[in-house]
Structure formats: structure tokens, C-alpha cells
Design a binder for this molecule. Structure first.
Ligand code: FES
Length: 163
């Protein structure tokens, strides 16, 4: 693992997160959240480190990372779009919106566009069910989302306006 601009090795930062949570019950999840908070994603390189420190198999660690859609294995794009796929939003067109978004950005859910501008993700209920399909763009909530509104909001976000 490499050295960051502050001169701290990435391995040292990973170990600090592990040490902070090692005694916790079910330590893997808080450690993964800590690593994602520290680096913005969970680099696949940390899997063997975690497996060794927590006395787990690499496959088990990898399985937990891939099971939870909140964990990313690569840095997020400049703009993060999360589309709600829970029942209420599905009943008003969420799946069509997902298909539209995948077509517009040329990536699947969980992926980032090659230019690093957009990460497309999913979420299961944002508590905005009455205004579905609901979406979150850079943490901000939007309702009654459709293809054209999504594109419009992203153009504004990329232009530096708050989406
Ligand atoms: S089901 Fe989409 S916000 Fe609740």
C-alpha cells in the first residue's frame, strides 16, 4: 500500500481504524464504515489485512463488502446519484428511472462513469415515498424524479450549482 500526501502510510491509517473498533462486537462492519469514511471507499487491498486482523477468511470479508450496497470498492464520482428502488417508488416507475439512468450515464447501478463524474447507486426507501420516484443527489433529496429532471439536475450539479 502507498504513502499519502501527508506522509502517512495507507496501511497505518487502515490499522488505526481497525484498532479503534477491534474490540467491538461484530467489528467488521464498523471497521468497514470507518475505512470508507477515511478513504471514501474500501480498497480491495484492505481485504487481506482485515481478514488477517479479524481472523476471518478473505472470502468472508469480501462477502460482507459486496453484500452491503453502501460500500464502494472504488472512489465515488464527483456527483453521487442514489435512486430509490423500494416498493412505493417501484409502483410509480422507479425501475424505469433506473433503466433510464443506466442508459443516460452508460453505467450500471453501483458503477462510476469512466470520467469520474457520476456514481450511480440505489437505496431502499428515503422516507419520501409519497413523492416517488425518489432520488438523492449528493445527499440532497428529490421527489417525482424522471429522466429529464435527473439529467437537468445533474447538469446543474456539474455546473457547480446546488442540484
Ligand atoms: S419507497 Fe422510495 S422513498 Fe420510500
Amino acid at each position: 500500500m502507498s504513502i499519502d500526501s501527508a506522509g502517512t502510510s495507507v496501511a497505518e491509517r487502515v490499522r488505526a481504524v481497525i484498532e479503534a473498533h477491534k474490540g467491538d462486537r461484530g467489528a467488521l462492519l464498523p471497521i468497514l464504515h470507518g475505512i470508507q469514511a477515511e478513504f471514501g471507499y474500501v480498497d480491495p487491498e484492505v481485504v487481506p489485512v482485515l481478514a488477517n486482523e479479524l481472523n476471518m477468511s478473505r472470502a468472508d470479508v469480501h462477502g460482507v463488502i459486496t453484500f452491503y450496497s453502501d460500500f464502494r470498492s472504488e472512489p465515488a464520482g464527483t456527483t453521487t446519484v442514489k435512486l430509490c428502488r423500494a416498493e412505493a417508488c417501484q409502483s410509480v416507475g422507479a425501475e424505469q428511472l433506473v433503466a433510464d439512468a443506466e442508459q443516460v450515464f452508460g453505467v450500471k447501478l453501483g458503477q462510476t462513469t469512466p470520467d469520474g463524474s457520476v456514481t450511480l447507486g440505489q437505496v431502499f426507501c428515503l422516507g419520501n415515498c409519497a413523492l416517488g420516484p425518489a432520488a438523492q443527489i449528493n445527499g440532497r433529496m428529490y421527489g417525482r424524479m424522471d429522466r429529464s429532471r435527473l439529467v437537468e439536475l445533474l447538469v446543474r450539479a456539474e455546473g457547480g450549482e446546488s442540484a
